[in-house]
Design a protein around this ligand. Structure first.
Ligand SMILES: NC(=O)c1ccc[n+]([C@@H]2O[C@H](COP(=O)([O-])OP(=O)(O)OC[C@H]3O[C@@H](n4cnc5c(N)ncnc54)[C@H](O)[C@@H]3O)[C@@H](O)[C@H]2O)c1
Ligand SMILES: Cc1cc2c(cc1C)N(C[C@H](O)[C@H](O)[C@H](O)COP(=O)(O)O)c1[nH]c(=O)[nH]c(=O)c1N2
Length: 174
């Protein structure tokens, strides 16, 4: 038998995996960068905390994405976690739109690494990429967090079952 990846050996095919992964609700983020290779941004839900010592998160990036070479060269990024009013921005950064059109749709401020932080994001993590692991079609970017902006006055946004859902805070936003 030819050397098949384990998943194929086990008979798990791509669509079944995606259909199952659609049941994992997750935060929605716009990942941005700026630097020698210019400015870029994309929507990502494959983002999570790794460790708090040192503060580290991970972002999974498809190497086929148009933004991939920009992140690879800049080696810095900002994870902007979206609030309930950013659904259309998420779709804009979700692909097939010119980069200028993506950034023109919102207000940004440069963080210490130069990466753009989204005004009104729930939180923005300014990061340096500290380690990269290549797995299949994606790079897993391990990012050391060097600065954080946080806003407590808006509601959250979750992506579940291929749709966006607002996550309402218990107390009304101030
Ligand atoms: N990790 C990722 O690369 C990732 C995650 C979420 C969504 N997406 C992309 O966003 C678009 C909208 O996705 P959707 O959730 O509406 O429907 P979908 O059926 O394309 O994806 C369902 C779920 O499968 C997983 N998934 C999809 N494509 C993947 C990939 N190439 N690598 C790893 N996991 C993947 C994600 O968890 C996604 O939420 C699609 O083009 C999808 O490929 C990519
Ligand atoms: C809700 C949601 C969630 C994700 C995405 C999309 C959407 C709508 N996309 C896809 C990604 O945003 C898209 O492919 C990039 O913008 C690159 O597109 P272009 O190659 O620039 O057209 C995406 N891509 C990726 O590499 N990692 C991820 O975690 C996600 N998550």
């Amino acid at each position: 038998m030819k050397d098949l990846p384990l998943a194929e050996l086990a008979g798990v095919e791509k669509q079944a995996f995606r259909d199952a992964m659609a049941h994992l609700g997750s935060a929605v983020n716009i990942i941005t960068t700026d630097g020698v290779a210019g400015r870029a941004g994309f929507t990502a839900s494959a983002v999570c905390s790794v460790t708090d010592s040192p503060p580290t998160l991970l972002v999974c990036l498809n190497r086929s994405a148009s933004v991939y070479p920009v992140f690879q060269q800049n080696q810095v990024l900002c994870v902007n976690t979206l609030s309930d009013c950013h659904e259309s921005l998420s779709n804009l950064f979700g692909g097939k739109t010119p980069m200028e059109t993506r950034f023109a749709a919102a207000e940004w401020v440069a963080m210490a690494t130069g990466s753009p932080a989204l005004q009104g994001a729930l939180t923005s993590f300014d990061c340096r990429i500290s380690q990269v692991t290549r797995i299949g079609t994606h790079d897993v970017l391990f990012c050391e967090v060097i600065d954080i902006l946080r806003s407590d006055d808006s509601h959250g946004l979750v992506y579940f079952d291929r749709r966006y859902h607002p996550l309402i805070r218990q107390q009304a936003p101030v």
